[in-house]
Design a protein around this ligand. Structure first.
Ligand code: ZN
Length: 346
């Protein structure tokens, strides 16, 4: 292996990313080196590409971006005993500390000192990635690199969808982006009765209907409540999964939830968002914020479901060689795509 590699970097403050050549990372005793085969472009990467206020505040330059990946272990640190060269893997991109109360209690996903690859640390949009062995998730035969590259966002979807018992429940998913669509698919897979997904983008609603057995509703054109009689729902939705960050979507969710309903929030509003708290109180609604994936329970559940019939491949709508990354980002920015996957093997 040459000691230089291709990597997609934010080289300076401002819009865009550049394909550069940088040294292959050196690994420490507890790390592995992964040859990256496929990566997914995330909404987070779009924020970094666009260099919005959040990105400017958060991301150091220069930085190799990207955090959704699958590949193969090509080198292991001297203290790593439970992994081997040649193993296919994906991995958790949140690098946790070991000192917080939460970490020491084994609630790794709640560690306040978490740092993200491709956001705070060198990322996965590169031919090689260094990762702590702790973060590695080996991939079974049934999960190919393409699906391996979207386990991070699928994990967001799984973590959100499994926040509440969905068996026999009527579920509302607001926001038909890739994670919303995957959450809807998970809800069906685990036994929800009806899953209704809302958006105002007809392309995304059409994609949702292709990927999962769900009822798409374009709330720009149709009244959400009009689906109740069609689905023989008497009172309202039992569980809401908010994936859009859109305030009107959240209002509509509170409005159409049944008494004692439950809401998991993954969508991030752009700023402060007014909430009609009295309605939430009088409806006795439970709200849970969701961040990342449970480490590693979400990974375990997700892989088990993928091995047992959960099919989300349809959410990947575009594939590009890493060299054509500009087209990949333009496709993501266009708003009509599902997941966009870059191939680094060429
Ligand atoms: Zn992501």
């Amino acid at each position: 292996m040459s000691n230089m590699m291709r990597a997609l970097q934010k080289t300076q403050a401002g819009e865009g990313l550049e394909m550069t050549r940088v040294p292959v990372p050196e690994i420490g005793p507890d790390d592995v080196l992964i040859r990256v085969n496929k990566t997914g472009i995330c909404g987070t990467d779009m924020h970094i590409w666009n260099w919005d206020d959040w990105a400017a505040r958060t991301v150091p330059v220069p930085l190799v971006t990207g955090h959704e990946f699958a590949g193969e272990i090509v080198e292991i640190g001297r203290d790593v005993t439970d992994l081997s060269v040649g193993q296919r893997c994906s991995g958790e991109g949140h690098l946790i500390g070991r000192h917080s109360r939460q970490s020491r209690a084994g609630k790794f996903h709640l560690d306040p000192e978490t740092r993200g690859i491709g956001v705070n640390e060198q990322g996965a949009f590169a031919e090689y990635l260094r990762l702590p062995a702790f973060n590695v998730v080996p991939l079974p035969e049934a999960i190919d690199d393409e699906i391996g590259a979207i386990l991070d966002p699928l994990g967001n979807a799984v973590h959100t969808a499994l926040s509440f018992d969905l068996v026999g429940e009527d579920v509302l998913v607001t926001g038909a982006g890739p994670i919303g669509i995957m959450a809807a698919a998970v809800a069906r897979h685990v036994g929800a009765r009806h899953v209704v997904i809302t958006d105002v983008n007809p392309d995304r609603l059409a994609l949702a209907a292709r990927v999962a057995d769900v009822v798409p509703v374009n709330v720009a054109e149709e009244e959400l409540r009009d689906v109740f009689p069609r689905l023989r729902m008497k009172q309202g939705f039992d569980v809401g999964l908010e994936m859009s960050g859109n305030q009107r979507a959240l209002d509509q969710m509170v409005e159409t939830l049944t008494m004692g309903g439950r809401i998991a929030l993954l969508g991030i509003p752009p700023g402060k968002s007014p909430v009609d708290w009295s309605r939430i109180v009088f409806k006795a609604i439970t709200i849970k914020g969701v961040y990342g994936r449970e480490i590693f329970e979400t990974w375990y559940k997700m892989i088990a479901m993928l091995e047992n019939g959960l099919d989300v491949r349809g959410v990947i709508t575009h594939r590009f060689d890493a060299g054509a990354f500009r087209e990949g980002f333009a496709t993501m920015g266009g708003g009509a795509s599902g997941k966009v996957v870059l191939d680094w093997t060429g």
